[in-house]
Design a binder for this molecule. Structure first.
Ligand SMILES: C[S@@+](CC[C@H](N)C(=O)[O-])C[C@H]1O[C@@H](n2cnc3c(N)ncnc32)[C@H](O)[C@@H]1O
Length: 218
């Protein structure tokens, strides 16, 4: 792992035990609602990739909704993965295959998936890594597969200034704690268009500060 990747890992390890508390304190349950809004309408997937699933709320939700039989759960932070394992430990998992991989997505061993889920993680990737990850995930998505993307968003109109300010503060905090070296939200829509994805569904939350989108290839 590169030196800065190790710093990022250390940072997310540090915040893992308090992540859910602060996420709920600042955003109530809206981060979770944004991540789970599309769950019911996702196609049943044989194999699902979750990248940056944090403490595992999204995995627990997908298991409950029986979205998939097999999960590959990739997160850079061993502490986040440990919390995820704890969260799902009381669930009925006997018919499921869940593989945890503690790695940055850019170095992870991906295969082919019918569903890819990236919840509030692509915003952590710098401008050199993000295109590599888009290439990698596009190559890993089966032809009829879906990509559930959930992240921050800067709307146009009255809320633009406030949203930009909130996102600046969040980047300031995450750079301080996790040494991200990312300072502004990447133009995600342009990336999805450039890599050949078509938008299937979109829903905004919190005055459009959050967005949940489902994409497919082609
Ligand atoms: C902001 S948290 C979001 C957690 C969770 N998705 C949620 O919304 O509650 C970002 C998550 O992505 C993970 N992460 C950050 N950079 C990553 C990378 N390059 N590869 C894989 N996981 C990463 C972090 O460890 C953390 O769990």
């Amino acid at each position: 792992m590169k030196k800065n990747t190790l710093r990022i890992q250390k940072g997310f390890n540090l915040i893992a035990p308090v992540y859910d508390f602060f996420a709920t304190f600042f955003f109530a349950n809206l981060l979770h609602r944004a991540q789970t809004f599309h769950t019911a309408q996702l196609k049943k997937a044989k194999k699902t990739l979750i990248v940056g699933g944090g403490t595992g709320k999204i995995l627990a939700e997908l298991i409950k909704s029986k979205v998939s039989d097999k999960y590959h759960y990739i997160d850079i932070s061993p502490k986040m993965i440990a919390l995820t394992k704890k969260r799902i430990s009381s669930m009925k998992l006997s018919s499921l295959e869940i593989v945890f991989e503690c790695s940055p997505i850019e170095e992870a061993h991906t295969t082919t998936y019918d569903l890819i889920v990236t919840p509030f993680v692509l915003d952590s990737l710098d401008k050199d890594t993000l295109p590599l990850v888009f290439e990698k995930l596009r190559a890993s998505l089966s032809p009829k597969g879906e990509w559930l993307f959930v992240d921050f968003h800067i709307p146009s109109g009255k809320m633009r200034f406030v949203s930009k300010a909130i996102i600046k503060i969040l980047y300031f905090a995450f750079n301080l704690l996790c040494s991200l070296r990312v300072y502004s939200l990447p133009p995600f829509e342009k990336y999805f268009a450039k890599y050949g994805f078509t938008l299937l569904s979109e829903k905004f939350f919190l005055k459009s500060l959050l967005v949940s989108r489902v994409y497919r290839l082609g």
